[in-house]
Design a protein around this ligand. Sequence first.
Ligand SMILES: Cc1ncc(COP(=O)(O)O)c(C=O)c1O
Length: 388
Amino acid sequence: MSLIDHLSPPARNAPESQIVAMLNYGRDREGLIPLWVGEGDRPTPDFIARAASQGLENGETFYTWQRGIPPLREALASYYERHFGGSHDPETFFVTGSGMQSIVLAVTAVCPPGSEVVYATPSWPNISAALAISGSTPVSAPLEFGETGWTLDTQRIADAVTPKTRAIFLNTPSNPCGWVASRENLADILDIARRHGLWIIADEIYSRFYYAGHRAPSFLDVADADDRIIFVNSFSKNWSMTGWRVGWIKASAELGQVFENLIQYSTSGVAQFMQRGCVAALEEGEDYVEDQKARARSARDALCDALLATNRVRMVRPEGSFYAFFAIDGLDDASSAGYRIIDEANVGLAPGTGFGPGGEQFFRACFLRRQDQVEEAASRLADFISGI
Ligand SMILES: Cc1ncc(COP(=O)(O)O)c(C=O)c1O
């Protein structure tokens, strides 16, 4: 028997990330254009880094508020008032050690082991993996891909509910599909949750990367204050802070002590000086977010135009997030084909096989990068596709 055999089943069975496996295969290739990971190519802007450095210089290196420093929770409340309307109590915000940790804490809070959680697929692999590690079973409600792109028939969510279901997890705008739930979709899902007494875990991390308006429709647009919704979010994407590992949860103030406890017994809080950087991001970072979105939109168009012009891909221009999700005619298994694309086109993509039911034939390309690099990647991919 090996040491592994003596581990708990959730740890033993946790899947290796297929994205990381592909990245490990190609990471040292000379000239490879990496579109596999979900982040932009720019470092955190100076005004945010400076605010954090200042905090560090000021000796903000002690244990701090578990839920987050008051100025950051107040800045989050004003951010929501500016972008989502209504009034928001700072007591409804909890600072966490990343969007990923927000997901884990939300699942821990509402899903006892043995629960089922319904989620729409294709979906970012970490969501189902986090559910499985916590002892829950992810139950897929697949999005459909048709002429107009990805759509969600919310009846599929209703049909997936069983007596064991505790929550519906919805990520919109979606990683990897770029699909964005409409206000009607959200109202329907909320209705299903209310009827069955379920929680909603709302991952709206890409809410500002929405190309048809200022921000994507949110459960905040349709919910009442006493609905059972936990919002998970992050500083990572809007402000180029993926390496910081800071996120937040928005939930009823009634859950304050619970989230404080869960934070205490996991990370015991986020470094105070980093939280100063996060305050700067929220208070001074609006132009930066708009610039990120403009950059993503123009790279999206370059990539999608080039791929669609081959007439050999199935895809639509994504309405939100910063990923193109496409299938190539003649290539049915994205996993093996992803390695071939590294070898033959020198472009790194994430294989849709890791994204749950419905993604097996698709590739995900992150386009939040310098325009010339995205254009070069698009042209290499187009050449590769025409040679199949
Ligand atoms: C849908 C979704 N949710 C959550 C996260 C977590 O982001 P982070 O842990 O960097 O804050 C990501 C990151 O890629 C994501 O795509």
